[in-house]
Design a protein around this ligand. Structure first.
Ligand SMILES: Nc1ncnc2c1ncn2[C@@H]1O[C@H](COP(=O)(O)OP(=O)(O)OP(=O)(O)O)[C@@H](O)[C@H]1O
Ligand SMILES: [Mg+2]
Length: 246
């Protein structure tokens, strides 16, 4: 089976600073990979690169079989990237955002696609509201609804749970799980490790731009267990990263 996400030898330098070095991993359809690591470990850098926002310095990235550098349009049609600080258009309402993004992606009958997304993310009653009058969590939900309009099969979320209320977190977790079950391949970063344990099939721990652990939750837990069973991801994280800065 070809991986939906295939990252090989990814390195990113900002000037002479190496933010991520030699990272390789694959994500299959239906898998959810949690990217974890201390502040500055390179999570956002990795997500931005594999989503085609910033170019890698070295390495190849394939999205649903499309090489991100050689065939960026083919790759980007298949993916959605949800940044930690979504940017919205100040003078477009919620409804107008969805219509605009639908046009960019050539989504046919976008109102029929948008309506259930507005319901799912509970912003249907704000359809005619401008971003300036939305709460932080609502803006995040609008950005996610926009990103899902073209039914991506690969999704990258940078800290999708931060800033949501408890019910919002539960719904976001369900939305992610539901899309993975439907066959999407998903990578998300988060510092909320107990929540990651509930949505991820796999985790990759980064420290100072290097991979220090990767596998299923059970494999990563076993690797840092010191013989104990059922070691939590939080405990694994602390042991793996030594509690020092990324
Ligand atoms: N545009 C940039 N120019 C130079 N250095 C950068 C740039 N963006 C990020 N960095 C550096 O790259 C490293 C990784 O940053 P990144 O944002 O990827 O970390 P992160 O794992 O997402 O951290 P956090 O948990 O705080 O979100 C940091 O040392 C950061 O200072
Ligand atoms: Mg980040």
């Amino acid at each position: 089976m070809t991986a939906m996400i295939d990252v090989q030898g990814f390195t990113k330098q900002y000037g002479d600073f190496t933010a991520v070095s030699g990272l390789s991993f694959t994500v299959q359809a239906g898998e959810v990979l949690g990217l974890v690591g201390p502040n500055g470990a390179g999570k956002t850098t990795t997500l931005r690169s594999i989503a085609g926002i910033i170019p890698p310095s070295i390495g190849t990235i394939r999205i649903a079989g499309h090489d991100l550098l050689a065939d960026p349009i083919g790759a980007k049609r298949q993916l959605a990237f949800f940044p930690d600080e979504p940017r919205l258009f100040d003078y477009l309402t919620v409804r107008q955002h969805l219509a605009f993004v639908a046009r960019l992606y050539g989504v046919i009958d976008h109102e029929a696609v948008a309506r259930p997304l507005l319901e799912e993310f509970e912003i249907a009653d704000k359809a005619d509201t401008l971003p300036g009058e939305l709460s932080r969590g609502m803006k995040q939900k609008l950005a996610i609804a926009c990103g899902l309009l073209h039914s991506p099969s690969v999704m990258f979320f940078d800290e999708p749970l931060t800033g949501l209320d408890p019910l919002g977190i539960r719904r976001m977790k369900n939305s992610i799980l539901q899309r993975a079950r439907a066959g999407a391949a998903i990578v998300l970063s988060s510092h909320l490790l107990h929540l990651l344990e509930e949505v991820c099939t796999h985790v990759l721990i980064l420290k100072r731009g290097a991979r220090i652990a990767h596998g299923t939750l059970a494999e990563v837990s076993a690797a840092f267990s010191n013989g104990e069973s059922g070691v939590s991801l939080e405990e694994v994280f602390l042991r793996a990263t030594g509690g020092s800065e990324g």
